[in-house]
Design a protein around this ligand. Structure first.
Ligand SMILES: Nc1ncnc2c1ncn2[C@@H]1O[C@H](COP(=O)(O)OP(=O)(O)OP(=O)(O)O)[C@@H](O)[C@H]1O
Length: 269
């Protein structure tokens, strides 16, 4: 079976009328640095309420794509729509409204080192909302509870937390504004297998209870198997394949085959 037989290319998904159910649509995106093209004519759809795992070899451009969607890296051509709004034609006010509806967990957490966990969680609230200090404290307490952190973590600095706690605190900050969509860049990297499994369950629970759509860059095969509804594979500057784990297991593209059915993958079963 060829890759195109076993998966649904992004363009077809849009053509079947499912577009309105896509929280995120990327069309014909090209991104490069100088003469080096990283992504070319890339298409991707992320459906409402799904957990999409994004994989690809090291240096293929997974972080570049996420940063381009977030508006942190410029694109050369193409269109990015989030919640049905084209980001390139959105007014600054519309853009701010869209950004309020997404949360981001960067690799390594990216917490502000001089702020306490509570203050970190309150950064997006201060940026986007006008709330009293008391209400912000109450909301931070709720977010800590949501991600399974003890209340005494609130006044700790990031340097006083374990790796797993840093990931949870970063997730609490990503959830500060009750987003509809979260971007997670390698959320389980650096965690031991038990911590990673616990973090996976947390993401799965949040997705099902809050109806969150999750865009997750990961190298973690356990996460891909346990919590992802679909998986997108980046390669050759585009989305090589997108579909369920079953689709990936049947795909005969050499890289996809060795990733999902290679020695390392088979060792986990
Ligand atoms: N600001 C930049 N300027 C120049 N090149 C860049 C820049 N950002 C990323 N790149 C290049 O783009 C390519 C893709 O990088 P990216 O970090 O997106 O890879 P990745 O797929 O996320 O890799 P990994 O899985 O190792 O994290 C790399 O060759 C990288 O060197």
């Amino acid at each position: 079976m060829t890759p195109s037989q076993s998966v649904t290319p992004a363009k077809e998904t849009a053509a079947t009328g499912e577009k309105s159910d896509n929280v995120l649509s990327v069309r014909d995106i090209t991104v490069g640095f100088g003469s080096k093209i990283i992504l070319q004519d890339l298409d991707l759809d992320v459906r409402r309420g799904e957990v999409l795992g994004f994989v690809g070899g090291s240096g293929t451009g997974k972080s570049v794509l996420m940063r381009t969607i977030l508006g942190l890296t410029p694109k050369r051509t193409g269109q990015i729509s989030v919640f049905g709004h084209d980001l390139s034609t959105a007014s600054p006010k519309e853009r701010t409204a869209i950004e309020r509806r997404w949360g981001v967990l960067f690799q390594q957490g990216a917490l502000f080192s001089s702020l306490s966990v509570k203050q970190n969680i309150q950064v997006p609230m201060r940026e986007h909302l006008k709330l009293s200090p008391q209400l912000m404290d109450e909301l931070a307490t709720l977010k800590l509870e949501l991600v399974g952190l003890p209340q005494d973590a609130a006044d700790k600095l990031p340097s006083e937390l374990s790796g797993g706690m840093i990931k949870r605190a970063s997730l609490a900050r990503a959830l500060a504004l009750d987003p509809d969509l979260v971007f997670l860049d390698e959320p389980t990297s650096g965690l031991d297998p038990i911590g990673a499994a616990a973090f996976d369950s947390l993401i799965a629970n949040l997705s099902s209870t809050l109806g969150l759509t999750v865009y997750m860059v990961t190298h973690d095969l356990d996460s891909l198997h346990s919590i992802c509804d679909r998986i997108a594979v980046l390669g050759k500057k585009r989305v090589l394949a997108i579909g369920t784990m079953d689709d990936m297991m049947k795909n005969d593209d050499p890289w996809i085959k060795s990733y999902f059915r290679g020695e390392r993958a088979l060792r986990r079963v």
